[in-house]
Write a new protein. Structure first.
Length: 326
C-alpha cells in the first residue's frame, strides 16, 4: 500500500474524480450582501495541511439503456433503475502520512456536453445552489460539502461574483462545478430579448473573470424561461438546468422543516436535482443536517461536470488499491 501511495505522489497531485424559485425572491438579503462589502471579502482558510489525492470509483458518464434525447429547454433528471449498475459507488481520500477516509455519501460523476436530461438511479441526488457567492454563507456550505467528500453545482449571480471574487474562486478551488445565473437576477421574460441576452452574457463574463473558468451551465432566475432565450443559450454552448425538488429555502422555516421538505420531495420522486440557495443563512445552517439525513437514508450525491468523460476509468485505480490492501 505504501509503495502504491508513494508512486502516486511521485507523479504529483492527481485529481480524479441556483435564486431560481417559484416563490418570492429575498431581494433585501441580496442587496445587503452587495452593499455591505465595498471591497472583495477575504476568502476563507489557508492551504491544506497535507497533499490529498481523490479517487472516485465510478463510471463518469451519463448513460442508460435509452439515452435521453437532446433538447433546448432546461434539463431535469429522470430516475431509471439500474442507471448506476456499472458504478463502483465509493469515494476515498488518501492523505499523505494520514488515514484513508471513506465518503459513503459521494456518488458517481456525470459528464454533460449537450442539453439532455440527466439519467439518475433511485437514491441519486444532485445538489444545486443559486445566488452566491456570499461571505459567511457560501464558505459554510463549501466546508460541509468538503467534509463529506461531495460536490455541488453553484449557479453564481454575476454581480455577486464581481463583488466577492475570492469566494467565487474558493468555490472552484474546492472542486465544485459552477454555472451562471445572469448578472443581476432579473425576470428575463419581462425584458426585451436583446436586454435579457445581454444580462446573461454579462453574468457569464463576470463569473469567468472572477473564477478563471468559463461557465457552461445556466439557471433561469425564477425558473422563467422562453424558447427564444433557450435558443440564445444553445447558440452560446450553455446548458440550462432546471430543478426537480424545490427546497423553498427562500421562505422562513426552521432547519428541521427545511430538511424534511427536501427529504419528502426526494422520497416521492426517488431522487433528482435539488434547488437551494447559498445566499440564505438558513441554508448554510441546514446543509450539515441535510447531508446527515441523506447519508443515513442511503442517498448518493452525484457530481455533474461539463464535457466528455475521461477515457481512463477511475475504477481501475480502485482495483489497484484493493489488491494492494489485501
Amino acid at each position: 500500500m505504501h509503495r502504491l501511495l508513494n508512486g502516486l505522489f511521485g507523479l504529483g497531485v492527481l485529481a480524479l474524480a441556483s435564486c431560481a424559485s417559484t416563490g418570492q425572491r429575498d431581494t433585501t438579503t441580496l442587496q445587503t450582501a452587495l452593499v455591505a462589502t465595498e471591497k472583495p471579502a477575504e476568502a476563507g482558510s489557508g492551504s491544506p495541511a497535507a497533499i490529498e489525492v481523490m479517487m472516485t470509483g465510478s463510471i463518469d458518464r451519463n448513460t442508460s439503456s435509452e439515452e435521453a434525447p437532446v433538447k433546448i429547454s432546461s434539463i431535469h433528471s429522470r430516475i431509471v433503475a439500474g442507471a448506476d449498475a456499472e458504478s463502483v459507488k465509493r469515494t476515498i481520500r488518501l492523505v499523505a502520512n494520514g488515514p484513508v477516509k471513506d465518503f459513503p455519501l459521494a456518488g458517481r460523476t456525470i459528464y454533460l456536453d449537450e442539453t439532455r436530461d440527466i439519467t439518475l438511479a433511485p437514491g441519486e441526488v444532485v445538489l444545486t445552489f443559486d445566488d452566491g457567492p456570499v461571505p459567511g454563507k457560501t464558505p459554510a456550505v463549501l466546508q460541509a460539502l468538503e467534509e463529506r467528500g461531495v460536490k455541488g453545482l453553484f449557479f453564481m449571480v454575476g454581480e455577486m461574483a464581481h463583488y466577492h471574487p475570492q469566494i467565487a474562486e474558493q468555490v472552484v478551488e474546492s472542486g465544485q462545478t459552477i454555472g451562471t445565473h445572469t448578472y443581476s437576477h432579473p425576470h428575463l421574460p419581462a425584458l426585451s430579448l436583446s436586454n435579457a441576452v445581454a444580462n446573461i452574457d454579462r453574468g457569464a463574463h463576470a463569473v469567468e473573470k472572477a473564477t478563471g473558468v468559463k461557465p457552461h451551465f445556466f439557471r433561469f432566475p425564477y425558473l422563467a424561461e422562453t424558447t427564444s432565450l433557450d435558443k440564445a443559450l444553445q447558440s452560446r454552448g450553455m446548458i440550462p438546468v432546471g430543478i426537480d425538488i424545490d427546497s423553498r429555502d427562500y421562505e422562513e422555516a426552521s432547519t428541521s422543516v427545511l430538511v424534511n421538505r427536501i427529504m419528502t420531495g426526494l422520497a416521492k420522486r426517488g431522487g433528482g436535482i435539488v434547488l437551494m440557495h447559498d445566499l440564505q443563512g438558513r441554508t448554510a445552517r441546514a446543509i450539515v443536517p441535510l447531508l446527515d439525513r441523506l447519508e443515513t437514508e442511503g442517498y448518493k450525491v452525484v457530481t455533474v461536470k461539463y464535457g466528455k468523460p475521461p477515457e481512463e476509468k477511475p475504477e481501475t485505480l480502485m482495483a489497484r488499491l484493493s489488491r494492494a490492501s489485501e
